[in-house]
Ligand binder design. Structure first.
Ligand code: NPQ
Ligand code: MG
Length: 365
């Protein structure tokens, strides 16, 4: 099997409703998709970088550039594991590397007839679905959004928080929906250790975890904060590799880990993060980056591994999009099904893709 080239395609996906976090408000998802063409198959990759470097240093045009100029020219084989190794000599750019690895892995698995889930080591055919709820304009509108998600069957609610929108929304959700709802919060690094006493007010609401309260490079302060709070800490942005996960756990910087393949450089490294956490007895869950059905398919396969013991941000397609590029992922009894077909087990619809495309380029390899 030989790699002939990769098509880079940028698509614009309108969001059903704006998604507000502590770092900004997104109205549409600007997605870079890769189509790897080999002598035997095609494979799809999705880059989870945002248009602007707000969540991490990467951004869509930068990712497209590094893929075209450095990553693709460095490939010596189209075996995903070997490609990942070959790309590792370039510093940084994990989301770009993850997209290339995903496309090659999909091509390889489609050629051999094996699913992503089987390849990664999935032990479930469906995974519980959680949902991430953006910062709302006011408490009543937050409550009506949460009510809708609970009615749809979501098994866990994650509220995005920031200074000025933290204790009150959590209190309101608990008051309205009770103590049995699995509830957690995500600050996307919006606080400092000086906010410890303020954040300790969240301890009375029996949250599953507080995700990434402090800066990405503040593992030391996360370890200090963890000792001041009863609520478990979870890290997202800080966990950039399996090595970083091992370091964070040994420091006591978190008790739970959010695994995002794009943030750690791909699905193979994501599995290693899972393995390190499992060895420490630390629960993990699968994060989300507003993926289309392509990235969602791979995430759901990963979330079916045994160490993923908490519901992830593996929502249905219609959480974000009216029309997905693949067949939509739907909620069934609060779960999302792990595709069983070869590779990702889903494929994009050519017409939907064409209608959403803003830029496309063929890169021969
Ligand atoms: C998180 N995701 O866990 C992220 C961050 C995030 C589902 O909460 C456009 C593209 C907007 C990616 C906003 C969830 C985004 C984005 C937030 C990722 O921290
Ligand atoms: Mg997060």
């Amino acid at each position: 099997m030989k790699l002939e080239g990769v098509e880079l395609r940028r698509i614009k996906m309108p969001l059903r409703t704006p998604f507000r976090t502590s770092f900004g408000t997104e109205h549409e998802r600007d997605v870079l998709l890769l189509r790897a063409v080999t002598t035997e198959s095609e494979g799809w990759g999705e880059c989870v970088a945002m248009s602007s470097p707000l969540y991490s240093a990467e951004y869509v045009s930068g990712a497209a550039s590094v893929i075209k100029r450095f990553l693709l020219p460095a490939l010596t084989s189209c075996d995903a594991a070997q490609a990942s190794q070959a790309m590792s000599r370039f510093k940084g750019h994990p989301m770009a590397k993850a997209a290339v690895e995903m496309a090659l892995l999909d091509a390889q698995l489609r050629a051999s007839g094996m699913s992503f889930g089987t390849y990664l080591g999935a032990v479930r055919s469906r995974v519980p679905a959680g949902v991430s709820v953006g910062i709302a304009p006011d408490i009543p509108s937050l409550l009506s959004t949460v009510e809708g998600f609970l009615a749809a069957g979501y098994q866990r609610i994650k509220l995005k928080i920031e200074p000025g929108w933290d204790v009150a929304p959590v209190r309101a959700v608990r008051a309205q929906f009770g103590d049995d709802v699995l509830l957690q919060v995500d600050a996307n690094a919006a606080y400092t250790l000086a906010d410890a006493r303020h954040l300790a007010q969240l301890d009375s609401f029996d949250l599953l975890m507080i995700e990434q309260p402090l800066a990405e490079d503040d593992l030391r302060d996360h370890a200090s904060l963890a000792r001041l709070l009863r609520t478990p800490l979870c890290l997202d942005e800080s966990i950039v590799s399996a090595k970083a996960a091992a370091f964070a756990l040994s420091l006591g910087a978190c008790q739970v880990v959010n695994v995002k393949p794009g943030r750690v450089g791909g699905y193979l490294e994501a599995r290693r993060v899972h393995d390190v956490c499992a060895a420490h007895g630390v629960p993990v869950w699968c994060g989300g980056m507003l993926e289309t059905g392509l990235g969602r398919a791979a995430n759901v396969a990963l979330a079916a591994l045994p160490g993923f013991v908490l519901p992830g941000d593996t929502s249905a397609s219609d959480r974000y999009y009216v029309e997905d590029v693949t067949e939509p992922f739907v909620l069934e009894d609060g779960h999302v099904r792990v595709p069983g077909g070869a590779g990702l087990g889903v494929a994009p619809d050519g017409e939907v893709l064409a209608s959403r495309t803003t830029w496309v380029e063929w890169v021969p390899v």
